[in-house]
Design a protein around this ligand. Structure first.
Ligand code: NAD
Length: 487
């Protein structure tokens, strides 16, 4: 098994699943398609895991957890294996970037830049567990000894979306394996290829059988996985709607669950901000991957009195974005990933118009594109905070520029959201920015830029999720605490 993705002509479609350390034939004849967002044509078909295949994967993960040796390995031994996985991933970075661009339409310059996060995550968690306090000696008031031990939560399902397929899987698999859990990965049906590359790297790294299992599938089999009584924990990244459903299913049997969900993040430009200095960050992070990133800064809050100054600068830059073939290294924005995404984004653009917002640029199909799920980078002004385009996650290159009177008004508008994932504050005074960041009801905020670093926690307040990924907090997701008293 070797997924080569350098060109779609030479692409080898996956034919099997990775279960119990083996490449296993599917139990059903169900298939899924990968569609090119550029040509709208099928790139390949591959098998979809049925509930029976999922049962096999869960059974393998269950045995690997209950009988070991993975959970019983010392942290140093697990770290050694994780570093091998990282080394193999590092050898496959170009394949991972090509697969990401092929399936998602993300520009190759961006995917090449970002893929290094995958080995970084495996190395980070390898290093962390070598110093993590898995056993903490304490004393009771009566003088007796207590050992508080951190144990792996068990068999974990990792369910991931299509926009950043491997990074979002690596967050879960690296942390879960580091903790001593065993994993069943169900990537998004539209983007299976990178998960296959990860499975190949794990196979080469020689992890024990059943520790990592790969079963790509759609919602129905995904639901079967979430309901499975042998799955102790579900780690989910995806839409808030699916996240609520999964949380409800897990609540029924009190399975552990962590959720990384949608966002509607705000960039607040304070009245003392240097707009020119803020522009490069805004150009990358208001519409990354054609706006299909959970932490996109899709609401830009500007002081009323400097609104025109900002629009002159920002609209000029947005109109200059090079939209094109994502495999062209010069392209800054590719197409949306799939037909339903194009329909969704066009629907929101129509809704914004209908609600009375003004399209300051974009709004249609870019000139010269007869095929592909392309949409122009679009900026709305005259946006009222309660309009749908200001409240709902569009997941496309559509930004609302919203004016504010003073800092309190900015805070009210920024926090007027059911989401709370991310945000940014731009200011000449970093401590003033920190004070504003503390008032934002979001899981992360960057002052004068936008940073998402796998070595630090990331996740949402409110309907953007429960739990954190990345950093030591990301390891805690996969840990149960056991208290052992010496009476
Ligand atoms: P989605 O919720 O439709 O699907 C995500 C994954 O869950 C897919 O693998 C899908 O097959 C599976 N799934 C869907 N319903 C399921 C169910 N009932 N049971 C089990 N599995 C199920 O989301 P999407 O369209 O693939 O991704 C886009 C969404 O992901 C956006 O809302 C975006 O904000 C969010 N996202 C969040 C983060 C984050 O870290 N917070 C990161 C990336 C994307």
């Amino acid at each position: 098994m070797n997924v080569m993705v350098r060109s779609s002509a030479g692409l080898k479609a996956p034919e099997k699943f990775f279960i119990d350390g083996e490449w296993v034939r599917p139990l059903s004849s169900r298939t899924l398609d990968v569609i090119s967002p550029v040509t709208e044509e099928r790139v390949l078909s591959y098998p979809e895991a049925s509930p029976a295949d999922i049962d096999q994967a869960v059974a393998a993960a269950r045995v690997a957890f209950d009988k070991g040796p993975w959970p019983q390995f010392s942290p140093t031994e697990r770290a050694r294996h994780l570093r091998k996985v990282a080394d193999h991933l590092a050898d496959r970075l170009e394949d991972i970037a090509q697969a990401w661009t092929l399936q998602v339409g993300a520009p190759i310059s961006l995917t090449r830049y970002l893929v290094g996060q995958n080995p970084t995550l495996f190395r980070y968690y390898a290093d962390l567990i070598e110093t993590y306090p898995f056993i903490d000696e304490r004393q009771r008031d009566d003088g007796g000894r207590v050992r508080v031990v951190k144990e792996p939560v068990g068999v974990c399902a990792a369910i991931t979306p299509w926009n950043a397929p491997l990074v979002l899987l690596s967050y879960k698999v690296a942390a879960g394996l580091a903790a001593g859990c065993t994993m069943v990965a169900k990537p998004s049906p539209e983007t299976p290829l990178e998960a296959y590359i990860l499975a190949e790297c794990i196979e080469k790294a020689g992890l024990p059988k059943g520790v990592f299992n790969l079963v790509p599938a759609g919602r129905e089999s995904g639901d079967h996985l979430v309901r499975h009584r042998h799955v102790d924990k579900v780690a989910f990244t995806g839409s808030t709607a699916a996240g609520k459903h999964i949380a409800a299913v897990c609540a029924e049997r009190l399975a552990r669950v962590s959720l990384e969900l949608g966002g509607k993040s705000a960039a607040i430009l304070l009245d003392d901000a240097d707009f020119g200095a803020a522009l490069p960050s805004l150009m990358i992070y208001t519409m990354p991957i054609t706006g299909q990133v959970c932490f996109s800064l899709t609401r830009v809050l500007v002081p009323e009195r400097r609104r025109q100054e900002f629009l002159d600068l920002y609209l000029g830059a947005v109109k200059g974005i090079r939209v094109g073939d994502p495999f062209d290294p010069q392209t800054q924005m590719g197409p949306l990933t799939m037909a339903r995404q194009l329909e969704r984004v066009q629907g929101y653009i129509a809704a914004g118009r209908a609600e009375g917002a003004t399209i300051a640029c974009g709004g249609g199909r870019p000139a010269g594109f007869t095929k592909g799920y392309y949409v122009e980078p679009t900026v709305f002004t005259d946006v009222e905070p309660d309009m749908r385009i200001a409240q709902e996650e569009i997941f496309g290159p559509v930004v609302s520029v919203i004016g504010y009177r003073d800092e309190d008004d900015a805070m009210r508008k920024a926090n007027n959201s059911s989401y709370g994932l991310s945000g940014a504050v731009f200011t000449a005074d970093a401590e003033r920015g920190y004070a504003v960041a503390r008032r934002m009801r979001t899981g992360s905020v960057t002052i004068n830029g936008m940073v998402v670093d796998p070595k630090h926690p990331f996740g949402g307040f409110k309907q953007s999720g429960i739990g954190r990924e990345g950093g030591p907090e990301g390891l805690d997701n996969y840990i149960e605490t056991k208290t052992i008293h010496f009476a």
